[in-house]
Design a protein around this ligand. Structure first.
Ligand SMILES: [Zn+2]
Length: 258
């Protein structure tokens, strides 16, 4: 069984972009942790940062529990995720504690600064986690990883970069069988739904996710899909571990899996 870490910027990002895939992996008996860099402390017009953070940590833990996953928060703050020395060490400690073989994270280019900073922090923490001389400064530091984990990027929001160009995934995961659970996971984030209704003026949180997941599925001719790209930088593992774990559910898109 594999240990898998899905780590993104805010509560609900991993569910929105990879919830169906995480449910599939959980069904196959893999051990999953969903982590967020922040507890979503800016996501309210009524509650103060610590109050809304407490609500959203609870919602995120409930969403993870639906697939038997653990939840943890790195305790950075909204719009304050930076690719700096202390943050990289903190994320490295999270990797050493959760000891994943496979990491799913935010894409390098996305609409929001927090997502992009989360992506680069996770990428570089994966590199540092097996280096014994790279100290995290934690009170009781976890042992270093044996090797760099396999790293995959989730889709950017709406599948587009900052110029509005489509970002093509390497492959699509067919999440038709777990879509209902994905929706249920996202529904746990009730405070986010209220916030988006006020802030963006739309109350179609769940429907938006459904449209998005259907759209991604269409790329590969399946009813519901989620896209992923493997990070191929040297010396990260190059074998298609996520595709192997998913078997038939990983539907080839255009690019060939090596
Ligand atoms: Zn986010």
């Amino acid at each position: 069984m594999a240990r898998i870490l899905a780590i993104h910027a805010h509560p609900d990002d991993a569910e929105f972009l990879a919830g169906g895939t995480l449910a599939l992996l959980a069904d196959r008996g893999h051990e999953i942790t969903i982590a967020t860099m922040t507890p979503g402390d800016c996501g309210s017009a009524e509650l103060g940062p610590e109050e809304i953070a407490a609500v959203r940590r609870r919602e995120a833990a409930n969403a993870a529990a639906l697939i038997g996953a653990n939840y943890l928060c790195v305790e950075m703050r909204d719009l304050a995720i930076f690719n700096d020395d202390p943050s990289r060490r903190r994320v490295t400690e999270v990797l050493r504690r959760t000891r994943p073989e496979l990491v799913l994270t935010a894409p390098p280019v996305d609409y929001l600064c927090d997502h992009e900073a989360a992506s680069v922090l996770v990428r570089d923490a994966c590199f540092g986690a097996p280096a014994p001389n790279y100290r995290t400064g934690a009170e009781t530091p976890a042992p270093v990883l044996v090797r760099i984990p396999h790293l995959y990027f989730m889709d950017p929001l709406a599948g587009r970069d900052r110029e509005g160009k489509l970002v093509e995934p390497d492959f699509i995961v067919n999440v038709a069988g777990t879509f209902a659970r994905k929706r249920e996971m996202l529904a746990q984030h009730a405070s986010q739904r209220r916030w988006l209704e006020q802030h963006h003026g739309t109350d179609d949180y769940l429907d938006q996710m459904e449209r998005w997941t259907r759209e991604r599925g269409q790329l590969a001719g399946v009813p519901y899909g989620e896209g992923f790209r493997a990070y191929r930088g040297h010396p990260y593992p190059q074998s298609p571990r996520l595709e192997e774990l998913l078997g038939d559910a990983a539907v080839l898109f255009r690019r060939q899996i090596p």
